[in-house]
Design a protein. Structure first.
Lengths: 258, 264
């Protein structure tokens, strides 16, 4: 019994310590923006990596998500003769939820993992120590550009994912389910409000921050050679994915519970 | 040369009662070490005796548990971020594995400190980088390569060029010849000696390569059980009268040094 309680206590302490370390890391990284120099080139390169090079992956997942969404909601709604709502369901689901979440998860797998592996390798090969000896703050040089790029780029990526997803739904709706294209598009635009899109883009910015933060944090603290870098990569993707889903719920509750 | 009030020259680097532990293992146990300006000091000692930890503490990459480190008489333990960056402008460090930035090409590596920390124009910094590369015997054709395309000896030379690029007052060398063939090790030793002389820099090298130590040192110090147990000129190394140094120099398995051989 006592050992059981001790286990809970130890786990709680580990959790609190990790949360504290993460908070200090985040604070220090964000605070490093206060002092020059600022690495504009590095930010642009990261934005290209997060945004442009993620387009194929995010586009593919978005189009199939939109397609399956149309198909599923059609079979569901036809049971109580509400097929007309398919277009609205597709556009609301994509913009509010699936666009940001799918793009966030794909970027976590693609970019978050790469960040953890790159920074982790720099850590275990002394490159981060070398940065310090060259009077360069590794947080400002490595972490901050990735955080900024994540926050700025992911909303654009999600906007593209939204459009492609809705287009996927449109394709299935008109070619497979026999909707009139005009009716489908009217269903798409009629009930769509600004907040639906904007809330999704705000989520995207938050998810971009989380993905970059997890990639950098786990890479920065990796230990022990190739194995440590592998672990850091796994931790970065898993923690970013879980945080995205948890924070997605919290943000949705904050936006739409009235 | 700066001097204290009583006229004795102030050591460039002064380490006093330095303690650093990792968990239960005490690596540095009240270590004292002074290094005069312009001196080339070599710290020898077995693997895992804390030589790298000593350098990392002086560089502020590790925070010591206790003790004081003074550079030019100024306390450097627990400096703030900005003050630490300023302090690092005095230093050049050659890491054991080179620690070249593999996302940057060779000349960008060498010019990194000039561009990022000193705000130099890229073109001017490239000129300096090329001259430093020439100083370590590498031609312009190497400048655009990425570090992964270079051999171990060339990486070491590029790393050396990076360490000396900003002409620092203090140079640290961590195992400069480890993993190199004897001839390349000899070349690196000569380069280190030449760079230190040309810059008039204060240098601390750590190594367990005695041939290398004798060639680059003005003074040799032996690190054992977290303290400096002996120091003296290289000529005295072979007849130090210290049983620990004697065993290390002659590579005898029997003696005061007990190798920590543990099951992994």
């Amino acid at each position: 019994m006592l050992s059981f309680v001790a286990t809970i206590g130890a786990a709680t302490l580990v959790f609190l310590a990790a949360t504290g370390r993460l908070a200090i890391f985040t604070g220090a990284a964000v605070a490093s923006a206060a002092r020059p120099p600022r690495y504009g080139r590095a930010i642009l390169r990261q934005m290209l990596d997060i945004g442009y090079f993620s387009l194929p992956v995010v586009g593919l997942t978005a189009i199939f998500t939109g397609m399956v969404l149309a198909l599923q909601s059609y079979t569901g709604f036809s049971r109580f003769s509400a097929e007309g709502a398919v277009a609205t369901v597709v556009v609301l689901s994509m913009t509010r939820e699936l666009g940001p979440v799918i793009a966030g998860l794909m970027v976590a797998g693609r970019v978050g993992a790469a960040m953890a592996a790159e920074i982790g390798t720099m850590r275990v090969t002394d490159q981060i120590d070398a940065l310090e000896t060259l009077s360069t703050d590794p947080l400002r040089y490595l972490v901050l550009p990735r955080l900024v790029a994540g926050v700025v780029t992911l909303p654009f990526l999600v906007l593209v994912a939204d459009i492609i997803g809705v287009f996927g739904g449109f394709l299935v709706g008109t070619y497979k389910l026999g909707f009139n294209p005009y009716t489908y598009l009217r269903g798409t635009s009629e009930h769509l409000e600004t907040i639906d899109v904007v809330s999704g883009l705000i989520k995207a910015a938050v998810f971009g921050f989380i993905v970059a933060l997890m990639g950098c944090y786990h890479g920065y603290h990796s230990r022990g050679g190739a194995q440590g870098v592998g672990q850091a990569t796994t931790h970065a993707v898993v923690s970013a994915s879980i945080l995205i889903l948890v924070i997605d719920y919290l943000l949705t509750a904050a936006f739409f519970s009235r | 040369m700066t001097a204290t009030t009583n006229g004795a020259p102030l050591p460039k680097i002064s380490v006093c009662r330095l303690v650093k532990s990792f968990g239960a293992k005490c690596v540095l146990d009240g270590l004292d070490l002074d290094c005069a300006e312009g001196e080339s000091l070599v710290v020898i000692g077995g693997s895992g005796t804390g030589k790298s930890v000593l350098l990392k503490c002086i560089l502020g990459l590790l925070r010591p548990d206790a003790g004081s480190i003074r550079i030019d008489g100024e306390e450097t333990v627990d400096l703030g971020r900005a003050a630490h960056e300023r302090l690092m402008l005095k230093f050049g460090m050659l890491f054991q594995g080179g620690a070249l930035f593999d996302s940057l090409c060779v000349w960008e590596n060498v010019a990194f400190g000039l561009i990022q920390a000193r705000g130099m124009e890229r073109q001017a910094a490239k000129e300096i980088a090329l001259s430093k590369l020439a100083a370590v015997g590498l031609g312009e054709e190497v400048a655009e390569f990425y570090p992964a395309a270079l051999s171990g000896g060339m990486q070491k030379r590029v790393a050396l060029a990076r360490a000396i690029a900003a002409e620092p007052q203090i140079l640290f060398f961590d195992e400069p010849t480890t993993g190199l063939d004897p001839i390349m090790a000899g070349i690196i030793n000569e380069l280190i000696g030449k760079c230190v002389r040309d810059l008039g820099a204060t240098a601390i090298s750590i190594t367990h390569d005695l041939a290398s130590a004798k060639r680059i040192a003005d003074r040799i110090a032996m690190l054992y059980q977290g303290r400096i147990v002996w120091h003296g000129p290289p000529a005295d190394l072979d007849h130090s009268g210290n049983p620990v140094v004697d065993q290390f120099v002659n590579g005898r398995p029997e003696g005061p040094i007990r190798m920590e051989v543990r099951a992994l």
